[in-house]
Design a protein. Structure first.
Length: 76
C-alpha cells in the first residue's frame, strides 16, 4: 500500500470527535466496572482477606488440586 493511499483521520477536516465520557456505551461500561468492584468488596471472602491483612497475618493462597478425567465415568 502506497503512502498516498492512507488517510489520517486526525488531520482530516470535518472529522467527528466523540468524547468517550459522553458515549453511552463507555459510561455503561464504567458503571458496570464500578458496580463489580463494589460487589467484590462486599463479598465475604474479600472482607475476610482484608481482616487477616489488617491483623498482620499471612494470607495463604487457596490452591485446589482438580483432576481431569477423559471419560464421564469418574470416581465419586
Amino acid at each position: 500500500m502506497d503512502r498516498e493511499e492512507l488517510t489520517i483521520v486526525a488531520n482530516t477536516t470535518g472529522a467527528t470527535v466523540i468524547f468517550l465520557q459522553s458515549h453511552p456505551i463507555w459510561t455503561a461500561a464504567q458503571r458496570h466496572e464500578r458496580e463489580r468492584n463494589e460487589a467484590m468488596r462486599r463479598h465475604p471472602a474479600f472482607r475476610a482477606r482484608q481482616r487477616v491483612a489488617a491483623a498482620g497475618g499471612e494470607i495463604i493462597p487457596l490452591i485446589r488440586d482438580f483432576k481431569l478425567y477423559s471419560s464421564t465415568n469418574t470416581p465419586a
